[in-house]
Each structure stands twice: as C-alpha cells, then as structure tokens.
Design a protein around this ligand. Sequence first.
Ligand SMILES: C[S@@+](CC[C@H](N)C(=O)[O-])C[C@H]1O[C@@H](n2cnc3c(N)ncnc32)[C@H](O)[C@@H]1O
Length: 250
Amino acid sequence: MIPGESTVVSRLRAAGCVFAEDEAALLIGAAGSAGELADLVARRVGGEPLEQLLGWVEFCGLRIAVEPGVFVPRRRTELLVREARGGRVVVDLCCGSGAVGAALGADVELYAVDIEPAAVRCARRNLPHAHVYEGDLFAPLPGDLRGRVDVLVANVPYVPTAEIPLLPPEARLHEPRRALDGGADGLDVARRVAGGALDWLAPGGRVLVETSTAQAPIAVDVMARNGLTPAVTTDDELGATVVSGRAPGR
Ligand SMILES: C[S@@+](CC[C@H](N)C(=O)[O-])C[C@H]1O[C@@H](n2cnc3c(N)ncnc32)[C@H](O)[C@@H]1O
C-alpha cells in the first residue's frame, strides 16, 4: 500500500524539512509505486536534495533536469540570466545542468562547458540546441569562436574554501566539491574566467559572473586588471550579485 500523504509529511517534518507538505506532494507525484515512494522518502530523510530526487528543478519558469551529483540551480542565479540577455553568440562556462543557457533561449548560438561528466550529461539533456563540451573552462571551445563571443557567462564556484564546512549538508554532501569551492577568497575560478575573457569576447562583448556581496569589489578589481570595464548589479529580493566586465569596443 502507498503510504498516505500525512505519513510522508510526518516523516519529512521529523527529519527537519521545512516545506514538508509541498515536498510530500512532489515526492508522491514522482513515485511510480509504493516501493519507489519509500525509497524517495528514505533518501530525502537521509539528506539528498529534493531536486536531485525528483530529477528536475524549476528555474526561470523552465523545468530543468538535474541528476544526483549535479549542482542544483539556485533561484538567485536568475539575476545572472537577466543580465546575460541580449547576446547572439553566448558561452556558458561552468554550465552545470545547463540551466543558465536554457533560460537564455534556443535562438542564441550557445556553447556550454563543464568539467564534471555528470553535469555535461545533464546539460546535453537540457540544451539540445547547444554545443556542450566536457573540460576545463575555455580549453574545449572551438578556436574559431575567438573574438566572436557577445556574452560569456559563468556561474563559477565561489564559496571560499574555509566556508565549505558551514554549507548545509544538502550542498556539502550531495553537490560536487568542484561545483562549490572557489579557493581561498572564492574567486580563483572567476579570476581564470576574467583572465581568459578578452581572447574570446567580440569587441564590446561582456563577461558576467555571480559573486557574494563581499566578493563584488574584489571581482570588480579583477575585471579592471584584465582590461574589462566592470559593473555590478544586485537584486535584494533574490539576494544576488552579478559582476560584469565589458571588452573595449570597436
Ligand atoms: C556553482 S555551479 C554552477 C552550475 C550552473 N551554471 C548553475 O548555475 O546551475 C559551478 C559549476 O562549475 C563547474 N566547474 C568547476 N570548475 C570548472 C572548470 N575549471 N571548468 C569547467 N567547469 C567547472 C562545476 O562542475 C559546476 O557544475
């Protein structure tokens, strides 16, 4: 017999799930049988992220596939998407599930890269219209893209290493370390992205990264040191900060 919704809610609530009712309804909807539901509830109670169990997350109004071991797109990253709109040729470095590229729409010429094989598999599902590569930042991009990129977007890992132990277990234990850890001040990968950006950007093209509020002034300095004109955008409601750098124009 399939356990009733109230039983599932009680188990989730006892395990500390804040939105137990909503989660119970989603897990019941996702399970094909009593055994599957029991398995999903047990895994959720054990701390696996809800989205990885369901196999999807809503992002910018889209249903994005996410698999176990792949970074779950966060709502705050919708600011990065908003700021990245307007380019025709777009590169999404650190694409994870491909959520950012998917939200930018199917009419852009999109190149997406991630270093984690599971993320690349997932991005290929979410981005059937894009070129998706496995590898380290710019390395797998085709050479003829150099100087042609209007928008280079990168939701890089940006948690300072010392803060990793403070993350909730869902992130710390179920998302790859490489998706989270940005080195001593959290900006190691952002520095590499900014350092390579000018080779790939078209004249007047932009590079954009998400940061914390505290990191923004350092990221601005990084952009400027790499010959890019920096700007910062924040959204208090999303709790989001985006730092961008514009390449010199024609
Ligand atoms: C914070 S997650 C962002 C994922 C996705 N863009 C999103 O917003 O949901 C960072 C991603 O960067 C990838 N990554 C980390 N270092 C990388 C590197 N050197 N080259 C390519 N991808 C990298 C991780 O595997 C992870 O998927």
